[in-house]
Ligand binder design. Structure first.
Ligand SMILES: Nc1ncnc2c1ncn2[C@@H]1O[C@H](COP(=O)(O)OP(=O)(O)OP(=O)(O)O)[C@@H](O)[C@H]1O
Ligand SMILES: Nc1ncnc2c1ncn2[C@@H]1O[C@H](COP(=O)(O)OP(=O)(O)OP(=O)(O)O)[C@@H](O)[C@H]1O
Ligand SMILES: [Mg+2]
Ligand SMILES: [Mg+2]
Lengths: 227, 227
């Protein structure tokens, strides 16, 4: 499904070069459940942005479903992002003047559904993250963990074939974190591909494969022992 | 040092009332090391904003150092916030167009120090959070955990007598979290008052007192057993 070949992401700052990703070679199959771990600044979000077609590498090739992403047009990239990928950002990126409900309804517009259907699916998604009673609030009227859950609901509402989740539980207490992991596990058992970044061991333990990044390179890549 | 008496924070949304804080009675002494825990939406950030004089309660009284905060002028409040309190926000709140160094230097302006002295203290603070090599980057050129550490350095640079930290390690890996807790422990042993919000048990275990909020009320208030 996903093939990264010699992927580099370099930033040139004056006379210094920051190597956010440094010659990454990686293959991820359909219906894998992957956790990226690694210290702060090791390249995890950069990796997610490239996987999600939100950013281009400086060098190297990214093959998604066999197609070279670098050769796709802006329209084709937008279509992939809207139809196939669900993205949960580390800093949520909600529309600040739209309610939780409107934020979650937004990705459904590309599915060509009518308003009543979009509303119904969005309310179901908000119920799954326990936020039905906050659907009218705009982001500034929500707690940090509530904004994070709106971002999660928005990514899940289109039932994406690839879910990219950058630290989806960083602002959540233990019980809420468990509820969210139940949702991700469900999606995985329905056949989807889940790729997440996390700092928490109990979250990484839900995944089947753990890839550790350090200074922009893959340092470890192992299977989680699970029944 | 801190006395909250019947503190309420209500939001009126149409015909519903959200009780973010619901009759809070609490006393915190000087040089305490307190962790607020509780589920997402339970009122922790609201509590921190009131303690930090960034928000006013709907009802009730807040006594800080014996003075009624509600009777203080805007100027007096600003002075308290600048001189006595260090605040680490759950969403960092960095100046987006200023470098990490400039962001950390900013609170020192109120101390009346000259530029070279402010720069020196800011660089030391960035070194303590392992970000000296990123001091020229602006927030969009930093990872999530790096932005969080800039916010931490900015709060610590004035050696505040009260440190208010809202989920200071939410975006940090385990090792970096430990490094940050070492800094907080140092500040505590120097006699400062540390009040933090956290979702992580190992972080709360550094504190001497743990207060659990639920639906805007204090549900638990216990001492951590430590040598
Ligand atoms: N401006 C507002 N208008 C309406 N409701 C609000 C507003 N700000 C906060 N709330 C509500 O007040 C409650 C408490 O919010 P608060 O941010 O204090 O929670 P929290 O404990 O910090 O949560 P988290 O762990 O998710 O950060 C939440 O249910 C939130 O929806
Ligand atoms: N626009 C940019 N310009 C320069 N350097 C950048 C830029 N964006 C990111 N970086 C650097 O690239 C490195 C990797 O960043 P990235 O956001 O991928 O880290 P991360 O692993 O997600 O970290 P965290 O766990 O803190 O979120 C960091 O050292 C960061 O400073
Ligand atoms: Mg990141
Ligand atoms: Mg909060």
């Amino acid at each position: 499904l996903i093939n990264l070949m010699n992927i580099c992401k370099f930033y040139h700052m004056g006379d210094q070069t920051v190597k956010a990703l440094d010659h990454i070679n990686l293959a991820i199959e359909e219906n894998e459940y992957v956790a990226f771990i690694g210290s702060s600044g090791s390249g995890k979000s950069t990796m997610m942005n490239i996987l999600g077609c939100l950013d281009k590498p400086t060098e190297g090739e990214y093959l998604l479903n066999g197609k070279q992403v670098s050769s796709l047009s802006q329209n084709q990239l937008a279509e992939i992002r809207n139809q196939e990928i669900g993205f949960i950002f580390q800093s949520f990126n909600l529309l600040p003047r739209a309610s939780a409900l409107d934020n979650v309804m937004l990705p459904l517009v590309y599915k060509g559904l009518k308003l009543s259907e979009r509303r119904k699916l969005a309310i179901e998604a908000l119920e799954k993250v326990n936020l039905a009673d906050r659907m009218g609030h705009i982001p500034s009227q929500l707690s940090g963990g509530q904004r994070q859950r709106v971002a999660i609901a928005r990514a899940l509402v289109t039932k994406p074939s690839i879910l990219l989740a950058d630290e989806p539980t960083g602002n959540l207490d233990t019980q809420t974190t468990r509820d969210i992991m139940v949702l991700f596990d469900e999606l995985y058992h329905e056949g989807q591909t889940i790729i997440m970044v996390t700092h928490e061991d109990d979250v990484a333990s839900h995944c089947r494969r753990v890839i550790r990044l350090s200074d922009g390179q893959v340092k470890d890549d192992y299977q989680n022992e699970k029944e």
